[in-house]
Design a protein around this ligand. Sequence first.
Ligand SMILES: *Cc1c(COP(=O)(O)O)cnc(C)c1O
Length: 225
Amino acid sequence: MIDPRALAANLAAVEQRLATACARAGRARAEVQLVAVTKRHPPGLVRLAYEAGLRHFGENYAQELRDKHAALSDCAGLRWHAIGPLQTKNARYVAKAAHVFHALDRLEVAQELSRRRVGAALECFVEVNVAGEASKAGLAPEAVSAFLEQVLPLPGLAVVGLMGMPPLAVSPEDSRAAFRQLASLGRALGLPSLSMGTTGDFEVAIEEGATHVRVGTALFGERPG
Ligand SMILES: *Cc1c(COP(=O)(O)O)cnc(C)c1O
Protein backbone atom coordinates (compact mmCIF):
# COMPACT_ATOMS: atom_id res chain seq x y z
CA MET A 1 0.00 0.00 0.00
CA ILE A 2 1.17 3.52 -0.78
CA ASP A 3 2.74 5.48 2.08
CA PRO A 4 1.46 8.91 3.18
CA ARG A 5 4.36 10.83 1.67
CA ALA A 6 4.05 9.23 -1.77
CA LEU A 7 0.28 9.77 -1.67
CA ALA A 8 0.75 13.46 -0.83
CA ALA A 9 3.15 13.81 -3.78
CA ASN A 10 0.74 12.03 -6.15
CA LEU A 11 -2.17 14.15 -4.96
CA ALA A 12 -0.17 17.35 -5.49
CA ALA A 13 0.75 16.20 -9.00
CA VAL A 14 -2.89 15.38 -9.84
CA GLU A 15 -4.02 18.76 -8.42
CA GLN A 16 -1.39 20.44 -10.60
CA ARG A 17 -2.68 18.61 -13.69
CA LEU A 18 -6.27 19.54 -12.75
CA ALA A 19 -5.36 23.20 -12.26
CA THR A 20 -3.46 23.37 -15.55
CA ALA A 21 -6.29 21.73 -17.49
CA CYS A 22 -8.92 24.01 -15.89
CA ALA A 23 -6.84 27.09 -16.66
CA ARG A 24 -6.37 25.98 -20.27
CA ALA A 25 -10.12 25.40 -20.61
CA GLY A 26 -11.00 28.71 -18.92
CA ARG A 27 -12.84 26.87 -16.17
CA ALA A 28 -12.74 27.21 -12.39
CA ARG A 29 -11.14 24.32 -10.50
CA ALA A 30 -14.31 24.19 -8.39
CA GLU A 31 -16.32 23.13 -11.47
CA VAL A 32 -14.53 19.78 -11.53
CA GLN A 33 -15.00 17.15 -8.85
CA LEU A 34 -12.08 14.78 -8.35
CA VAL A 35 -13.39 11.28 -7.56
CA ALA A 36 -10.55 9.17 -6.16
CA VAL A 37 -11.01 5.60 -7.43
CA THR A 38 -10.08 3.15 -4.66
CA LYS A 39 -11.39 -0.13 -6.09
CA ARG A 40 -9.41 -3.21 -4.98
CA HIS A 41 -7.36 -1.11 -2.53
CA PRO A 42 -7.85 -1.86 1.18
CA PRO A 43 -9.97 0.34 3.48
CA GLY A 44 -6.76 1.56 5.13
CA LEU A 45 -5.76 3.26 1.89
CA VAL A 46 -9.10 5.08 1.73
CA ARG A 47 -8.52 6.30 5.29
CA LEU A 48 -5.05 7.54 4.35
CA ALA A 49 -6.50 9.40 1.37
CA TYR A 50 -9.25 10.87 3.57
CA GLU A 51 -6.59 12.09 6.00
CA ALA A 52 -4.75 13.63 3.02
CA GLY A 53 -7.89 15.69 2.35
CA LEU A 54 -9.77 13.67 -0.29
CA ARG A 55 -13.52 13.30 0.30
CA HIS A 56 -15.00 11.73 -2.85
CA PHE A 57 -14.22 8.06 -3.46
CA GLY A 58 -15.16 5.79 -6.35
CA GLU A 59 -15.78 2.05 -6.01
CA ASN A 60 -16.64 -0.46 -8.74
CA TYR A 61 -17.91 -3.48 -6.83
CA ALA A 62 -21.08 -3.28 -4.72
CA GLN A 63 -19.94 -5.59 -1.91
CA GLU A 64 -16.60 -3.87 -1.67
CA LEU A 65 -18.46 -0.55 -1.42
CA ARG A 66 -20.67 -2.00 1.34
CA ASP A 67 -17.62 -3.16 3.33
CA LYS A 68 -15.66 0.08 2.93
CA HIS A 69 -18.74 2.16 3.74
CA ALA A 70 -18.98 0.27 7.03
CA ALA A 71 -15.25 0.44 7.75
CA LEU A 72 -15.12 4.21 7.20
CA SER A 73 -18.47 5.22 8.69
CA ASP A 74 -16.68 7.52 11.16
CA CYS A 75 -15.26 9.74 8.36
CA ALA A 76 -17.42 12.87 8.32
CA GLY A 77 -18.11 14.32 4.89
CA LEU A 78 -16.89 11.26 2.99
CA ARG A 79 -18.87 10.74 -0.23
CA TRP A 80 -19.10 7.37 -1.97
CA HIS A 81 -19.45 7.15 -5.74
CA ALA A 82 -20.47 3.77 -7.17
CA ILE A 83 -18.86 3.77 -10.62
CA GLY A 84 -19.04 0.17 -11.85
CA PRO A 85 -21.72 -1.92 -13.58
CA LEU A 86 -24.37 -3.05 -11.12
CA GLN A 87 -26.49 -6.19 -10.97
CA THR A 88 -30.06 -5.84 -9.71
CA LYS A 89 -29.40 -8.19 -6.78
CA ASN A 90 -26.60 -5.91 -5.53
CA ALA A 91 -28.46 -2.63 -5.99
CA ARG A 92 -29.39 -2.55 -2.29
CA TYR A 93 -25.74 -2.01 -1.32
CA VAL A 94 -25.44 0.98 -3.63
CA ALA A 95 -28.82 2.33 -2.52
CA LYS A 96 -27.62 2.22 1.06
CA ALA A 97 -23.99 3.34 0.82
CA ALA A 98 -23.59 5.57 -2.24
CA HIS A 99 -24.19 9.27 -2.67
CA VAL A 100 -23.71 9.08 -6.42
CA PHE A 101 -24.10 6.27 -8.99
CA HIS A 102 -22.21 6.74 -12.26
CA ALA A 103 -23.21 3.65 -14.24
CA LEU A 104 -26.99 3.63 -14.64
CA ASP A 105 -27.94 1.86 -17.87
CA ARG A 106 -30.78 -0.57 -17.02
CA LEU A 107 -34.35 0.13 -15.99
CA GLU A 108 -34.51 -2.84 -13.58
CA VAL A 109 -31.49 -1.52 -11.71
CA ALA A 110 -33.03 1.96 -11.59
CA GLN A 111 -36.29 0.52 -10.24
CA GLU A 112 -34.49 -1.50 -7.58
CA LEU A 113 -32.36 1.50 -6.52
CA SER A 114 -35.53 3.60 -6.34
CA ARG A 115 -37.34 0.98 -4.21
CA ARG A 116 -34.39 0.60 -1.83
CA ARG A 117 -33.31 4.22 -1.47
CA VAL A 118 -34.03 5.93 1.85
CA GLY A 119 -33.30 9.62 2.50
CA ALA A 120 -31.72 12.02 0.01
CA ALA A 121 -32.09 11.13 -3.66
CA LEU A 122 -29.29 9.08 -5.18
CA GLU A 123 -27.59 11.24 -7.80
CA CYS A 124 -27.26 9.21 -10.98
CA PHE A 125 -25.28 9.45 -14.18
CA VAL A 126 -26.61 7.51 -17.15
CA GLU A 127 -23.77 5.56 -18.73
CA VAL A 128 -23.45 5.94 -22.47
CA ASN A 129 -21.47 3.62 -24.74
CA VAL A 130 -20.23 6.44 -26.94
CA ALA A 131 -18.01 4.36 -29.19
CA GLY A 132 -20.53 1.51 -29.58
CA GLU A 133 -18.10 -1.09 -28.24
CA ALA A 134 -19.68 -4.53 -27.92
CA SER A 135 -17.74 -5.28 -24.73
CA LYS A 136 -18.74 -2.09 -22.93
CA ALA A 137 -21.59 -1.24 -20.61
CA GLY A 138 -23.78 1.74 -21.29
CA LEU A 139 -26.68 2.73 -23.52
CA ALA A 140 -26.40 3.59 -27.18
CA PRO A 141 -26.55 7.40 -27.52
CA GLU A 142 -29.86 7.22 -29.39
CA ALA A 143 -31.45 5.16 -26.58
CA VAL A 144 -30.76 7.63 -23.76
CA SER A 145 -33.75 9.92 -24.29
CA ALA A 146 -36.33 7.10 -24.03
CA PHE A 147 -34.48 5.66 -21.01
CA LEU A 148 -34.66 9.03 -19.26
CA GLU A 149 -38.43 9.16 -19.73
CA GLN A 150 -38.68 5.88 -17.81
CA VAL A 151 -36.21 6.78 -15.08
CA LEU A 152 -36.98 10.44 -14.35
CA PRO A 153 -40.33 9.71 -12.61
CA LEU A 154 -38.77 7.20 -10.18
CA PRO A 155 -38.65 8.51 -6.60
CA GLY A 156 -35.35 8.47 -4.77
CA LEU A 157 -33.25 8.97 -7.90
CA ALA A 158 -32.01 12.24 -9.39
CA VAL A 159 -30.46 11.95 -12.83
CA VAL A 160 -27.78 14.65 -13.02
CA GLY A 161 -25.74 13.78 -16.08
CA LEU A 162 -24.03 11.33 -18.40
CA MET A 163 -21.01 9.08 -17.88
CA GLY A 164 -18.72 7.63 -20.53
CA MET A 165 -15.66 5.41 -20.79
CA PRO A 166 -14.02 5.85 -24.19
CA PRO A 167 -12.07 2.96 -25.76
CA LEU A 168 -8.67 2.28 -24.22
CA ALA A 169 -6.52 5.02 -25.68
CA VAL A 170 -2.91 5.15 -26.78
CA SER A 171 -2.84 8.93 -26.49
CA PRO A 172 -5.22 11.13 -24.43
CA GLU A 173 -6.22 12.93 -27.63
CA ASP A 174 -7.79 9.64 -28.82
CA SER A 175 -10.57 10.17 -26.25
CA ARG A 176 -11.48 13.71 -27.29
CA ALA A 177 -14.10 12.85 -29.92
CA ALA A 178 -15.95 10.54 -27.50
CA PHE A 179 -15.87 13.15 -24.72
CA ARG A 180 -17.15 15.80 -27.10
CA GLN A 181 -19.97 13.55 -28.25
CA LEU A 182 -20.98 12.83 -24.65
CA ALA A 183 -20.95 16.56 -23.82
CA SER A 184 -23.07 17.37 -26.83
CA LEU A 185 -25.60 14.64 -25.93
CA GLY A 186 -25.76 15.95 -22.35
CA ARG A 187 -26.47 19.47 -23.63
CA ALA A 188 -29.21 18.20 -25.95
CA LEU A 189 -30.87 16.34 -23.06
CA GLY A 190 -30.52 19.19 -20.57
CA LEU A 191 -28.24 17.21 -18.26
CA PRO A 192 -25.55 19.48 -16.80
CA SER A 193 -23.07 17.01 -15.30
CA LEU A 194 -20.50 14.87 -17.15
CA SER A 195 -18.52 12.05 -15.54
CA MET A 196 -15.62 11.43 -17.90
CA GLY A 197 -11.84 11.17 -17.81
CA THR A 198 -9.49 8.86 -15.91
CA THR A 199 -5.74 8.87 -15.17
CA GLY A 200 -4.78 8.75 -18.84
CA ASP A 201 -7.08 11.40 -20.27
CA PHE A 202 -8.70 13.57 -17.60
CA GLU A 203 -7.16 16.81 -18.90
CA VAL A 204 -8.80 16.29 -22.30
CA ALA A 205 -12.06 15.43 -20.52
CA ILE A 206 -11.90 18.71 -18.59
CA GLU A 207 -11.29 20.62 -21.81
CA GLU A 208 -14.44 18.97 -23.20
CA GLY A 209 -16.58 19.82 -20.15
CA ALA A 210 -16.14 17.06 -17.54
CA THR A 211 -17.63 17.95 -14.15
CA HIS A 212 -16.46 14.69 -12.50
CA VAL A 213 -13.15 12.96 -13.26
CA ARG A 214 -12.53 9.43 -11.93
CA VAL A 215 -8.86 9.01 -11.10
CA GLY A 216 -7.24 5.94 -9.52
CA THR A 217 -3.78 5.04 -10.76
CA ALA A 218 -2.34 8.58 -10.76
CA LEU A 219 -3.21 8.87 -7.05
CA PHE A 220 -2.60 5.39 -5.67
CA GLY A 221 -0.36 3.59 -8.17
CA GLU A 222 -1.17 0.21 -9.68
CA ARG A 223 -4.09 -1.64 -8.13
CA PRO A 224 -3.54 -4.91 -6.29
CA GLY A 225 -4.35 -7.96 -8.45
C1 LIG B 1 -10.90 1.86 -12.52
C2 LIG B 1 -11.79 2.92 -13.05
C3 LIG B 1 -11.38 4.26 -13.10
C4 LIG B 1 -9.98 4.71 -12.71
O1 LIG B 1 -9.06 4.41 -13.71
P1 LIG B 1 -7.51 4.89 -13.57
O2 LIG B 1 -6.97 4.64 -14.92
O3 LIG B 1 -6.89 4.04 -12.52
O4 LIG B 1 -7.52 6.34 -13.21
C5 LIG B 1 -12.29 5.19 -13.54
N1 LIG B 1 -13.55 4.86 -13.90
C6 LIG B 1 -13.98 3.58 -13.86
C7 LIG B 1 -15.36 3.28 -14.30
C8 LIG B 1 -13.11 2.58 -13.46
O5 LIG B 1 -13.54 1.31 -13.45
